[in-house]
Design a protein around this ligand. Structure first.
Ligand code: TRP
Length: 383
């Protein structure tokens, strides 16, 4: 197949930090990216430290990793890792963004660790033609409220905003940048010569928090990065460079995407710029209800009669899929699955279960988000 055809092939799958498209085969991604699958052995090892596993681990929502065993080796020797994750603001937070953050919060609690949270305000500014810096910085503020609302411990959580913390980040970023070639960036992200030079440099900035705490605090600790699998290309590159600066290779634990409302086949992950595929954390009850009823792809049958007889298809039903991300109770989830598959539960009823679940969650979240407005300063790193 020549390149032209390949580009036109609708089935083409693309996973980069800025574009996720097509049917995603996560086993293939493990192979292509060179990740390790999270297997039972690793799960048991994590369980020794955490007790009952988070349902994201039990259900394979976090499915892959790099060097988790080294993180645990060091932890068991008494050398505690720090956590690092981030969010490049381009719009309001949607519920897909919350998945890695919820898991990060669990890790912070279970391992009692520091978290460094990066808000690279330059990233989407550089990548998206229609975003100006002021818009992005407003979204930094809005997105911070969501992170704080999840309950991270302010004493152990440090926000880094690239343009604000440039004074401490830039000296480290240039050390990384000096060891990455333009051809590596081109090959990794598919950039051409028309790409702006800020975007080419950006990976160096995303590498910095993976070792900056050691610089600032004079420690030699490993770093664990929980993130969605699309961010892996940045860290694949950083892992080659950071050891040459004298720090541990950053380890990662990586999750799948929450599918968009329109279905798993329509697009790979939820996009903040498509209101039809997304529920934002600031959506009110009516909006949540309307979007799910109107847009959530259904695995139900055309008529009630057929549905009762043949049953629904939970594997392609977005409402069911979303419940696997938001209904923590395994027994409840299994009952919903079985009732739907056997035709006892109708598509509209399944949607209602999801609507109630999300609205309850968002109701709480929005209250905490309001309170977060007075607390931002407690989280921003002060050198
Ligand atoms: N590039 C990420 C985004 O587009 C933001 C980010 C920065 C990040 N550092 C990170 C994500 C570390 C995960 C882990 O949102």
């Amino acid at each position: 197949m020549n390149l032209e055809n390949e580009k036109n092939d609708k089935k083409e799958t693309i996973v980069t930090p800025w574009q996720v498209k097509g049917d995603i085969n996560y086993d293939k991604l493990i192979e292509d990216f060179g990740l390790s699958k999270i297997d039972d052995e690793l799960l048991n090892r994590i369980k020794k430290h955490t007790g009952k596993l988070h349902y994201f681990l039990r259900r394979g929502i976090f499915f892959a990793h790099r060097d988790m065993n080294i993180i645990l080796d060091e932890y068991e020797k008494g050398n505690k890792f720090f956590l690092y994750t981030g969010r490049a603001p381009s719009g309001y937070t949607h519920i897909g963004h919350l998945i890695p953050w919820l898991f990060t919060k669990w890790l912070q609690d279970k391992f009692n660790t520091e978290l460094w949270f990066q808000f690279p305000d330059e990233e989407k500014f550089l990548m998206k033609r229609n975003l100006n810096l002021e818009q992005v910085q407003n979204m930094v503020y809005e997105n911070m409220l969501d992170v704080i609302a999840l309950g991270f411990d302010p004493k152990k959580t440090h926000f880094l905003i690239d343009t604000k913390h440039a004074g401490i980040m830039y000296p480290e970023a240039i050390k990384v940048a000096k060891r990455i070639t333009f051809s590596t960036i081109k090959a990794t992200f598919g950039f051409g010569n028309e790409q702006n030079i800020g975007a080419i440099f950006y990976t160096a900035m995303q590498a910095v928090p993976a070792f900056l705490p050691n610089v600032l605090e004079g420690t030699h600790r490993p770093c664990l990065i929980p993130h969605a699998v699309d961010q892996d290309p940045h860290f694949r590159i950083s892992r080659d460079v950071i050891p040459r600066l004298g720090y541990y290779k950053p380890a990662s634990i990586e999750c799948i995407f929450l599918p968009g409302l329109g279905g798993i086949t329509e697009q790979g992950k939820m996009s903040s710029s498509n209101e039809k595929s997304t529920i934002y954390t600031i959506d009110d009850k009516e909006t949540v209800k309307r979007k799910i009823n109107k847009y959530a792809f259904s695995g139900g049958r055309e008529t009630v009669e057929k549905h009762r007889k043949l049953g629904g298809i939970p594997e392609i039903d977005v409402s069911y899929q979303w419940l696997t991300f938001f209904e923590e109770d395994d027994d409840k989830l299994k009952k919903i699955h079985d009732d739907y598959k056997d035709g006892r539960l109708l598509s509209g009823e399944l949607k209602q279960i999801l609507i109630d679940k999300l609205n309850n969650f968002l109701d709480e979240h929005q209250k905490k988000r309001e309170k977060a407005k007075n607390r931002i300063n407690d989280y921003i790193y002060k050198p």
